[in-house]
Design a binder for this molecule. Structure first.
Ligand SMILES: *Cc1c(COP(=O)(O)O)cnc(C)c1O
Length: 704
């Protein structure tokens, strides 16, 4: 039957509009629409709608739209996007002030979706989730980051268990981003000085709901060869590359926004990497005729800063030589001496040996600063007391806003149905509202929770086996045995995060006998899925991966311990849905907040964690498991490691397993299900980025 109202050009426009607004990254129906157009390309392209469309001819698209439900699916996705874009801000008044003057957010990595791989880990995911929630609540929000053409890296484990990094060059044309051009169609460019060279910077634009991201890059023909690949890789190269990337991000980003005639109300520096933006703002003030002191006062009015790590190595520091080499032109243009400039990045301005620290610059140039959890706030205040002579640590002006996650991004498809049933048809707008959770959870039948757990655990196991099979084929091995790994009935523990050594991935193997007993108990089967990347230059982290992989081949653990290759957002979504227990055992207080444990809650997983970061705020004795106590350690690390390992065994053997395997006559683990419900009720409404971004608005973005 020919549909009279069918105008292909109109429908095609809708398809492209949908594909170019990354709101699909948290809208399952839109993902399904694109996936169905070409399941194989969808799968192969890291779930990228643009890649799917580039495979499909006009004729095919026309004929597919005319058949079956495809057109009505399109129209329903499109209507849902339009409705989303027009949503009324909540509450409407407080955000109005930003309508003409956006909040601009600078971050060295922003992770929106696995198909746009410009993130390495937690910092990037947090930035992405912040971007999405800003859009959800209707905050005028512009993110600035770099376009890393080669992304982070694809992790391949070789047959010796050693991590290999593979870099793939991404073509912007196959990504959901578009070059930023002027009305004449020419690339918009700004120039930044690095050393003696002028480097051109262009940008791509990504649209995420109502938020906008600019992805800066230097891969332009007019740039000298070695500046063209400056922005190729996330955190790639040495300190010269690092400072150059940060000049592009900070100075280039601020200039680029001005070129586009933005007049930001607030510059939010997410971590110190972007702090050079304050130099560009200083420069701007000085051109207006202000002296340097007045200029700093003006800059501070607009800037806020978030610090994320208590690890000293996590704060960029540059030598005076490198600063002189890279920025002397800029320093001259500010009309100040190199010495004075260095003092902006020094805790002790007169210490000539002290390198230039980006965190110090950010703190000195901001009107307000925060850490990312209560404990991280305390640690940060202690860490930076030297910057505030005469102040006691508790009076250092660094507050805290505890990190969250973007609920819809991390919610599994299977769990959506559960919330649809318990909250009602508008559940996705309500899922972050505390009031909803008072009643919603009690409406979910126990059987439904348990069946959800089975469905999600099974999906994770199938996914893991498939990845393992492909890996074995790559090694040239037989892969039949893969079918016999993992069991859908076993308690499934996930340990998935960057393999930074402070996170102590192999902690559960501290006492091999005890680990073997725990993981070999035929009556109470337990399995652990590990996943995560080590930084390319972190051999100690890679050694941890190798250790885990060797143990996964040890007969005592085979089939119950697996390492899943190439942790990214897609793998993370599988894991946070399928795991029953999310294990987190960092050296306290080094996990500033952590967020991955928040992602499991809506999917019915439970946290088992050291009392660090967000967890020590969320844990109430009933909504998960604590490893050890909420107190500072004075012990040497190796002793503390042993104690933490003992506490870990203790909680798994005496609390986690007995609760999970305590089954009622109906077969249901009633106490476990009760804990899941407590976890949902107490954690879901608080540890999300909706709450977090609102807190940023009221405590930091709105001037007091
Ligand atoms: C959530 C997430 C992280 C952050 O995990 P933490 O355990 O909080 O460090 C890192 N990487 C990916 C891919 C994630 O999805």
């Amino acid at each position: 039957m020919v549909q009279k109202s069918f105008h292909f050009a109109n429908e095609r426009k809708k398809v492209y509009e949908l594909a170019h607004n990354m709101r699909w990254a948290f809208d399952c129906p839109t993902q399904q629409f694109f996936a169905r157009l070409s399941p194989r390309v969808w799968d192969r392209s890291h779930h990228n709608p643009i890649a799917v469309l580039s495979e499909i001819s006009e004729e095919e698209l026309r004929s597919r739209l005319l058949n079956g439900d495809t057109l009505s699916e399109l129209n329903s996705c499109y209507a849902s996007l339009q409705e989303y874009l027009k949503r009324v801000n909540t509450p409407p008044q407080s955000l109005k002030k930003f309508d003409r003057h956006p909040v601009v957010y600078f971050s060295a990595e922003i992770g929106i979706h696995e198909s746009l791989p410009i993130y390495s880990g937690g910092l990037g995911i947090l930035s992405g989730d912040h971007t999405k929630s800003a859009s959800d609540i209707g905050l005028n929000f512009v993110g600035v980051t770099l376009f890393y053409r080669q992304g982070y890296f694809t992790q391949r484990i070789n047959s010796e268990g050693w991590q290999q990094e593979e870099y793939v060059q991404h073509d912007h044309a196959s990504l959901p981003i578009t070059p930023v051009t002027d009305e004449g169609g020419n690339l918009v460019k700004v120039q930044v000085q690095i050393g003696r060279s002028l480097v051109s910077v262009a940008a791509y634009k990504a649209v995420v709901g109502r938020s906008i991201l600019y992805l800066l890059e230097t891969n332009l023909p007019e740039n000298e060869e070695h500046y063209r690949d400056l922005t190729s890789r996330v955190y790639g190269g040495d300190s010269t590359t690092r400072i150059s990337q940060e000049i592009i991000l900070g100075i280039g980003g601020a200039k680029f926004l001005r070129e586009l005639e933005y007049e930001p109300a607030v510059y939010h520096m997410n971590e110190g990497h972007s702090a050079f933006l304050t130099l560009e703002l200083l420069h701007e003030q000085m051109l207006l005729g202000k002296n340097i002191r007045r200029a700093i006062e003006e800059v501070k009015k607009k800037c806020v800063f978030t610090t994320h790590t208590p690890v000293a190595a996590g704060h960029d520091r540059f030598t005076q030589d490198l600063i002189n080499f890279s920025l002397s032109g800029f320093v001259t243009s500010l009309g100040i001496s190199l010495e004075e400039f260095m003092s902006y990045g020094r805790v002790n301005p007169s210490d000539k040996a002290e390198p230039f620290c980006m965190t110090v610059l950010a703190l000195k140039m901001s009107r307000a600063a925060n850490a990312v959890s209560e404990l991280n706030g305390k640690v940060s205040r202690e860490m930076w007391t030297g910057l505030y002579p005469g102040k006691k640590a508790e009076h250092v002006p660094i507050g805290h806003i505890t990190n969250g996650i973007h609920s819809l991004t991390w919610l599994s498809m299977e769990a959506r149905a559960v919330y649809h049933n318990s909250i009602g048809p508008k559940w996705h707008d309500k899922i972050t509202q505390p009031a909803v959770w008072k009643t919603a959870v009690s409406k979910i039948p126990d059987e439904e929770i348990w069946s959800l757990r089975y469905a999600l655990r099974r999906r994770l196991i199938e996914f893991t086996r498939e990845r393992m099979r492909r890996q074995q084929i790559r090694y040239g091995n037989s892969s039949d045995w893969v079918e016999r790994t993992l069991s859908a009935d076993a308690l499934t523990i996930g340990f998935s995060r960057r393999f930074a050594t402070y996170k102590r991935a192999p902690l559960i193997f501290t006492d091999m006998e005890r680990a073997a007993r725990l993981l070999g108990d035929p009556k109470r089967p337990v399995q652990i899925i590990f996943s995560g990347k080590a930084h390319p230059r972190d051999d100690a982290g890679k050694a941890f991966i190798q250790q885990v992989i060797r143990l996964s081949r040890d007969p005592r653990f085979a089939g119950r311990v697996v390492f899943l290759e190439d942790y990214d957002m897609a793998v993370a979504r599988q894991l946070v849905a399928g795991c029953d227990v999310w294990l987190n055992n960092p050296r306290r207080p080094l996990e500033a907040s952590g967020t991955s444990g928040q992602k499991i809650v809506l999917n019915g997983g439970l946290n088992c964690s050291v009392m660090d970061g967000w967890w020590r705020e969320a844990y109430n004795g009933k909504n998960g498991f604590s490893i050890g106590e909420d107190k500072d350690s004075q012990l040497p690390v190796d002793q503390q490691d042993k104690i933490d390992a003992a506490n870990l065994y203790d909680v798994v053997e005496n609390k986690v397993l007995p609760t999970f395997y305590d089954r009622a006559a109906s077969g249901l683990p009633l106490k476990w299900i009760k804990m899941i419900k407590d976890s949902m009720r107490t954690i879901a409404p608080v540890y999300n980025t909706d709450r977090m971004v609102r807190e940023y608005v009221t405590k930091y973005y709105l001037q007091k």
